[in-house]
Design a protein around this ligand. Structure first.
Ligand code: FAD
Length: 415
């Protein structure tokens, strides 16, 4: 038994994992959660199915976090996707692996993940106190001594793990408190921005296509007219602009470019399997074979129904024009549009609507082997409160679990 007193702030995946681990290693653990129950964001994750990790090998996995992914290497070396899958399997939550290596609970219920974690933490002796928002970290002579809740109650601790999450979906309890707690004890906060966030586009094109989901398209992000990123997969039109996996993945770069005042656009290749030449041959064939058909009817073989009027207006080809009257110039316009359907990006949705928060506690001030603060003795951070954010695909939850696992063990004084 370590006999240490550990306080964990925040009952999300990082905090629950940290608390359970610290208790496993003999610490007396108090988990303080602001909301009426833990794991509210975890519950809505993966559209209620919880994409809890990904089976990508370590290097690929880390690449999904951008340049700061390196920070996670040691955490993943200790506790990675196979460990997480085994962890849940042992606790009655078998998993399935789906397209793109995404891992979900076999039941398809994120609540099973929340319940298994909470049960496990409690069974190890963790005291979970809900409706207990922490307002201050108590530090004396550069050493943590405890925390104070907003109701004025204080709790003494030998070590504290801050796992308060990011600043998005504030209704789940993640309102960015951890940034303020960390800053107040001297930590640097890398500016907070929304990541994995839908983009807003100019004009009414997206609104006209609202609800349309495109699969197997290739999407390029253009900044000042130059290609910055390419993604292949699925995207969605909404009443304000664009969303879906491909757009969310590129949004980090789009947000930074928009904030720097640069011109941002998205170019959709609707026919990525055909190069310009092959597409031209296909269009010629279609136009010849169905010479008497109206353009809008002909497009049915090429595009989803909702896109047809938009295609006609953006290519300025009358939808009722018959195929054999379509000029070579019009055919070229159609071909260009099919390969480069462009929407100008005017902004992004607010942080509240982002899947994750970019920025946070600077990883330079954190020991990657333990998640311990380099500035305050006895203090550690875990999960999204840190300046790490990954793509969609289960990467963010794995990062929360791995950093929580490390921080909990360290807090208990375990090797
Ligand atoms: C809609 C949506 C879907 C998502 N889907 C996925 C997915 O399928 N796969 C994936 O990998 N990632 C997904 N994510 C991201 C993932 O959910 C987060 O990255 C992850 O939950 C972060 O874990 P965390 O423990 O660091 O923080 P959180 O889950 O945000 O938990 C933080 C906890 O701390 C509590 N708290 C905050 N302040 C205080 C305070 N002052 N005192 C006490 N408690 C406090 C909060 O109430 C909360 O319970 C999704 C996110 C959203 C919004």
């Amino acid at each position: 038994m370590s006999g240490r007193r550990v306080v964990v702030v925040g009952g999300g995946p990082a905090g629950l994992m940290a608390a359970g681990q610290a208790a496993e290693w003999g610490a007396e653990v108090l988990l303080l959660e602001k909301m009426d129950r833990p794991g509210r964001k975890l519950r809505i994750s993966g559209k209620g199915r919880c994409n809890l990790t990904n089976v990508a090998p370590p290097d690929d996995f880390i690449a999904h976090f951008g340049p700061n992914g390196r920070f996670l290497r040691q955490a993943f070396a200790r506790f990675f996707s196979t460990d997480l899958i085994a962890f849940f399997e042992e606790r009655g939550v078998p998993t399935v692996t789906e397209r793109g290596g995404r891992v979900f609970p076999a039941s398809g219920r994120s609540q099973d993940v929340v319940d298994a974690l909470t049960r496990w933490a409690r069974s190890r002796g963790v005291t979970l106190r809900t409706r207990s928002p922490v307002g201050r970290l108590l530090v004396e002579a550069e050493r943590i001594t405890g925390v104070r809740c907003r109701d004025g109650r204080s709790y003494r601790a030998d070590s504290v793990v801050v796992a308060t999450g990011g600043g998005s979906y504030p209704g789940t309890g993640s309102t960015g408190d951890g940034y303020r707690l960390a800053e107040a004890v001297g930590h640097t906060i890398i500016p907070i921005r929304p990541a994995l966030v839908p983009l807003e586009t100019k004009g009414d094109t997206a609104r006209r296509l609202q609800g349309l989901s495109l699969r197997n398209v290739s999407v390029r992000l253009l900044v000042d007219g130059k290609g910055q990123a390419v993604q292949f997969g699925e995207m969605l039109f909404t009443h304000f602009g664009l969303s879906g996996p491909v757009i969310l993945t590129m949004s980090r770069q789009a947000v930074d470019a928009l904030r720097a005042g640069r011109e941002v656009a998205v170019s959709i290749d609707l026919k990525p399997a055909l190069d310009e030449q092959k597409l031209d041959a296909r269009l010629r064939r279609d136009l010849e074979a169905h010479g008497k058909q109206q353009f809008r009817i002909l497009l049915k073989g090429l595009l989803p129904r909702k896109l047809i009027p938009v295609c006609a207006s953006l290519t300025s080809i009358s939808p009722t024009k018959v195929a054999h009257q379509i000029t070579a110039q019009e055919r070229r316009r159609l071909r260009t549009w099919l390969k480069d359907f462009r929407l100008s990006v005017t902004g992004h949705r607010p942080l509240a609507e982002a899947i994750v928060t970019a920025g946070g506690v600077s990883t330079r001030e954190i020991d990657p082997r333990t998640m311990a603060s380099r500035l305050v003795l006895g203090l550690a951070f875990a999960g999204e409160v840190l300046d790490i954010d990954g793509d969609t695909g289960g990467y963010n939850l794995q990062a929360a679990f791995s950093t929580g696992w490390l921080a909990g063990r360290w807090a208990a004084g375990a090797p």
